[in-house]
Design a protein around this ligand. Structure first.
Ligand SMILES: Cc1cc2nc3c(=O)[nH]c(=O)nc-3n(C[C@H](O)[C@H](O)[C@H](O)COP(=O)(O)OP(=O)(O)OC[C@H]3O[C@@H](n4cnc5c(N)ncnc54)[C@H](O)[C@@H]3O)c2cc1C
Length: 467
């Protein structure tokens, strides 16, 4: 790192805002895609928009690549550092700046942890609806960059539905204040452009987020099936019958075993081949009406038991088991490759079978826990990244799974993003013209492509279009 640049950054951030020593940079060398690693040259931890902008102006003058990082829980390598690049982390931007109860929004710094916002507004009868299973760790800035989902996004919509405004610092260090909360955006929707752009358009420093009213009644139901097939078919039945749960999640037998053997033991019966975790919410009469639709459907599809959480403690336990399932899979093998793809809901059963066959044909152990209501599959492959031959089989299975989902009319990611992991697969889904249009938008914004290079958009494919 150029000594003059380092001096300038130190003047802005002070010692506490710079992570320079090699051993202190190691924790930043990967995100949840643990096999992709690169040590960052330097990690910057600004406290606010102004410090971020001043640092980014210096980095612009020196033409240094930048990767933004929230909590590093991403599963597609979005926050993996790039060679000769710096990381800008948001871990010192943790303030909740404003809560407007009457207009139901909050203004927060980008490094606020997702669940902390819901806790902060709980007493007001409000909550922040997008609830990734990583919500106890991931940041709201990371959620915006990934347009994250979560179990309750089936009803409430993914992050993009909840972002009212942003303050962002562009790759050149300009501050764009798009934070005025408004019903309809005027002009070009830059907030929409930024949301889901995976750290490629700049660093978001402040977010204005919609808050949702806590429903008066919430019921969590557990339907137990002998076969995973039956649980998958039941999802389509529920939707066809207009039963409107706020969440529809499936856990298969291997996941149940792992959860029940862990500290997150939720009470999922081990004899079940699959469980369907459902949540109903609304006024008492609405919830009762939904339950009347749900019960006969679930039983007709073969559920051998249907039970409702008796109290908030049981409800919390059932959800903790679901949300902690990836962690519990650590009992099976040291690493977990979490595939993320979307298929039309009516093809859930077919694709779960096919993805399982793909893994088994490669001698791999796969478990399924997924946002079934959204058709968002997560085949989770257990492996050991130190075994290079096994890792190659895992990646090959991942590619085959994506191709099967695309062939079924699905798409590449439900929520974990493209990042490094699926950049090659973009060429399977999009035409050259589509990709070239994405490249042009990116280059207009960041001509040197210094923000998160090598992620999301395959620039190689775009260059080929021009020749
Ligand atoms: C156990 C587990 C469960 C998960 N469950 C879900 C789930 O249910 N739903 C879901 O959607 N995801 C889930 N994820 C994935 C992950 O938690 C989400 O993608 C999350 O939004 C990432 O947030 P983060 O703060 O960790 O971001 P990071 O991993 O640090 O970064 C993710 C991306 O966002 C960019 N970025 C981060 N902060 C900013 C910023 N301030 N400005 C601009 N760009 C930024 C980074 O450059 C990177 O490209 C899960 C992950 C784990 C480990």
């Amino acid at each position: 790192m150029d000594p003059g640049l380092l001096r300038g950054l130190r003047e802005i951030l002070g010692e506490a805002g710079l992570v320079e020593r090699r051993n202190q940079r190691v924790p930043y060398e990967c995100d949840g895609l643990a096999f992709a690693r690169q040590l960052p040259e330097l990690v910057l931890l600004p406290r606010n928009t102004d410090e971020t902008a001043r640092c980014m102006r210096l980095l612009d003058e020196a033409h240094v690549p930048i990767v933004a990082r929230g909590a590093g829980t991403g599963l597609s390598g979005g926050a993996t550092p790039v060679e000769h690049g710096v990381l800008i982390g948001t871990s010192r931007m943790r303030a909740i700046l404003e809560i407007d109860e009457r207009n139901r929004f909050a203004r927060v710094q980008a490094g606020v942890v997702n669940v902390d916002l819901s806790h902060a507004v709980e007493q007001l009868g409000l909550f922040y609806a997008p609830d990734p299973s990583s919500q106890k760790a991931c940041t709201l800035g990371g959620n915006v960059a990934e347009n994250s989902g979560g179990p309750h996004c089936f009803r409430h919509g993914t992050t993009t539905r909840h972002v009212l405004g942003l303050v962002i610092v562009t790759p050149q260090g300009e501050v764009l204040d798009l934070s005025k909360a408004r019903a309809e955006p005027e002009g070009l929707d830059l907030v929409g452009f930024f949301t889901g752009s995976e750290g490629m358009l700049g660093v978001a420093t402040e977010l204005t987020l919609r808050l949702t009213q806590t429903p008066p009644v919430v019921e969590t139901w557990l339907a137990l099936f002998r076969e995973l097939d039956e649980a998958c078919e039941c999802v389509s039945d529920l939707i066809r019958a207009r039963a409107e749960p706020s969440a529809i999640e499936i856990l298969d037998q291997l996941t149940i075993e792992a959860v029940e053997a862990s500290v997150l033991r939720a009470g999922y019966p081990k004899e079940a081949g699959a469980v369907l975790l459902l949540e109903l919410e609304g006024r008492e009469s609405e919830v009762a009406a939904q339950a009347r639709i749900l019960e006969p459907l679930v039983r007709a599809r073969g559920a051998f038991e249907l039970r409702r959480a008796r109290d908030p403690a049981e409800r919390t336990r059932l959800w903790a088991g679901r949300k902690g399932a990836y962690g519990a899979m650590g009992r099976v093998a040291p690493d977990l490759y979490v595939c993320d793809a979307v298929v039309p809901r009516r093809k859930l059963r077919e694709l779960v079978r096919e993805t399982t066959a793909i893994c088994e044909a490669r001698g791999l152990k796969v478990a399924n826990v997924f946002h079934a209501g959204d058709g968002n599959l997560h085949p989770n492959i257990s492996y050991d990244r130190r075994d290079k031959e096994e890792l190659a089989r895992v990646l090959d299975a991942g590619d085959a799974i994506l191709k099967a989902c695309l062939a079924a009319g699905g798409t590449l990611s439900g929520e974990h993003g493209i990042g490094l992991e699926k950049i090659g697969a973009m060429e399977w889904l999009f035409t050259r013209e589509d990709l070239a249009a994405m490249c042009r938008a990116r280059e207009a914004w960041d001509p040197e492509c210094r923000m998160n290079p090598g992620k999301l958009i395959p620039m190689r494919a775009c260059m080929e279009t021009r020749t």
